[in-house]
Ligand binder design. Structure first.
Ligand code: PEP
Ligand code: MG
Length: 591
């Protein structure tokens, strides 16, 4: 087969790893649906029956695929979520309503419902929810195929896939991914659409299969059998590479494997600089399923457990018992390691589905509105349920409680007052809880940063939330792409705020960590230690590299780097200077 000349496509690196293989094109074009007008009311009943049968068949198919997925983790959960969408009465009722009112065939009605639901997801600010529009599309397509009598799933037995196949598709449903992985020959995924939180990305990461998504035109540019070099970290796909490119790629892949092996060796070693400054490297988490990976990467504890993520996909709010069970599971799994659980940070970019739609109309500027601790202090019942759940869980491990978005001392006192009330209630009811659970705050508003000396008098620890601190300090909406270029962690205003916070914490004798994205950026690691931060909390995957850097440097180097950095004037200059210094110092490690 004649292959086209070499070309390099770029997308989003969604699951790391470097792999070489042959393209296996998956054409999952949407079925063609024609609008058919029903003869009259008499035909409505039969059409509704057809719809219900297709829904049931779709559900059975998903159960069957789920049975074949043996990872029992993310993948099974996603397929289960698809079942829930199918079973949602709103889905069936909406389609039945269209059949009955518009006298149209079931296929047409399903497509219409899917379009409407996708449009609703589209409006959401949160990337995770926007990605969910693909799910509703996959579920709808399955029902339509069943209505039309087409095969709803791939038949992996019939697909001839050579070893080392890299699946290239416009998009890939979790069901397709599950079936393909069963063949045992798939070594990579490349898709035109999707983002970091698409399900194919989640599944690929969970199964350690390199994956590049959002390539745009991969399915057009690549042909079956093309040789591909996929770099799932860099997000690149080289199509029909030259011999030299293959050689370079293999060498880089080998280096990556060796580097990872070396990083793994560090897992159980402490993070201590060569001048004996101890730093705790902690993990940020959203879902209990992440705990094994967190331990695997050598985290010393959890620095930020974003509890609201547990509930964002629900219509209602969690009960005290649900809070208790969720936290207990994580505390027990983490043993003696500290687990910092942040109370609900509802509002702004994090809202349950229903509430988000209603609130957007009422709060034109939600990031500055009723969010996080403000929301909880208004919704006392909801807050109380969480506080009681937390306290009850405190006997099962090493719990620390953290309040988000504190903007002044009165708010901290009020939140602590509620906690005290929860303790009194539990004491009266004879329910045990740990006597001294450390209470801390997120420092993520400029107000909290500049009131840090006061706040430090009345809490046990600080965690600097730079995602919001940068947003509010630089007046840059973290959701708004138009101003993303101004989002500069090394802006002097941010650096000065963090320094002040660290000094205030240490003068009061309390610990201070950082848990925004900035904390996990390897190029900033030394600078942050130079500032005196006691702990850094990050995505678990970042821990080994940051640990390796810090174990081979001195805190004194960090202090000097900081002093020299702040002599530069613009954020760009500081950024360029720090990265250049780090590259000169650590070379290949930071590539
Ligand atoms: C932060 O603001 O830095 C932070 C860690 O919290 P979140 O990203 O959840 O707002
Ligand atoms: Mg925040």
């Amino acid at each position: 087969m004649a292959h086209a000349a070499a070309q390099r496509l770029m997308g989003i690196g969604a699951a790391p790893g470097m792999v070489e293989g042959r393209a296996f094109m998956l054409d999952r074009a949407r079925a063609v649906v024609v609008r058919r007008r029903l003869e009259g009311p008499a035909e409505v009943g039969a059409e509704v029956e057809r719809l219900r049968a297709a829904l049931q068949l779709s559900d059975r198919q998903l159960v069957e695929i789920k049975g074949k997925v043996h990872d029992g983790g993310e993948h099974a959960l996603i397929l289960e979520a698809h079942r829930l969408m199918l079973q949602d009465p709103l889905f069936a009722e909406a389609a039945e309503g269209i059949i009955a009112q518009e006298y149209v065939n079931a296929e047409w009605a399903v497509r219409k419902v899917v379009r409407k639901l996708r449009a609703e997801f589209e409006k959401m600010d949160d990337a995770y929810f926007r990605e969910r529009r693909a799910d509703i599309g996959f579920v709808g397509e399955r029902v339509v195929r069943n209505l039309l009598g087409h095969a709803a799933d791939l038949d992996p037995e019939r697909e001839e896939m050579p070893p080392q196949s890299i699946v290239v598709a416009h998009d890939l449903s979790p069901a397709d991914a599950a079936l393909l992985l069963r063949k045992g020959v798939v070594v990579g995924f490349v898709t035109d659409v999707g983002g970091h939180t698409s399900h194919v990305s989640i599944v690929a990461r969970a199964r350690a299969i390199p994956c590049v998504v959002g390539v745009g035109r991969a399915s057009e540019a690549i042909e079956r059998g093309d040789l591909l070099l996929v770099d799932g970290r860099a997000g690149s796909v080289t199509v029909n590479p030259t011999g030299v490119q293959v050689e370079q790629f293999r060498r880089a892949a080998q280096r990556q494997v060796e580097a990872e092996r070396a990083l793994h060796v560090l897992r159980d070693l402490p993070t201590v600089t060569t001048d004996q400054v101890k730093v705790s490297l902690l993990a940020n988490m959203e879902f209990a399923e992440q705990v094994p990976a967190i331990l695997e990467h050598g985290a010393e504890g959890i620095g930020l457990y974003r509890t609201e993520f547990l509930y964002l996909e629900r219509e209602d709010l969690p009960t005290e018992e649900e809070h208790y069970q969720a936290y207990r599971a994580v505390l027990e799994a983490m043993g003696e390691r500290p687990v910092t659980i942040r109370t609900l940070d509802m509002g702004a970019d994090k809202l349950p589905r229903q509430v988000a739609a209603r609130r957007r109309e009422r709060e034109p500027n939600p990031a500055m509105g009723l969010r996080a601790i403000r929301y909880c202090l208004k919704q006392r019942e909801l807050f109380m349920a969480q506080l009681r759940g937390l306290l009850r869980a405190s006997v099962h491990g090493n719990l620390k409680i953290m309040f988000p978005m504190i903007s002044g001392l009165s708010e901290l006192r009020e939140a602590k007052g509620m906690l005290l009330r929860a303790q009194e209630e539990l004491t009266r009811e004879g329910i045990p809880f740990a006597a001294r659970t450390p209470i801390g705050i997120m420092v993520e508003t400029p107000a909290a940063a500049w009131a840090a000396d006061k706040l430090a008098q009345e809490c046990d620890f600080f965690s600097v939330g730079t995602n919001d601190l940068i947003q509010y300090s630089l007046a840059i909406d973290r959701q708004n792409r138009e101003v993303a270029y101004l989002y500069r962690p090394l802006h002097i205003a941010v650096l000065r705020s963090v320094r002040f916070v660290v000094e205030a914490a240490h003068s009061a004798g309390i610990g201070v960590s950082m848990c925004g994205e900035m904390a996990g950026e390897p190029s900033f690691a030394l600078l942050l230690i130079g500032m005196g931060l006691d702990a850094l909390s990050m995505e678990p995957g970042q821990i080994p590299l940051v640990k390796r850097l810090l174990r081979s440097a001195t805190a004194e180097e960090g202090r000097q780097l900081l002093e020299r950095a702040v002599r530069h004037n613009t954020a760009e200059e500081i950024d360029r200077f720090v990265r250049a210094q780090m590259e000169a110092r650590f070379g290949e490690l930071l590539e």
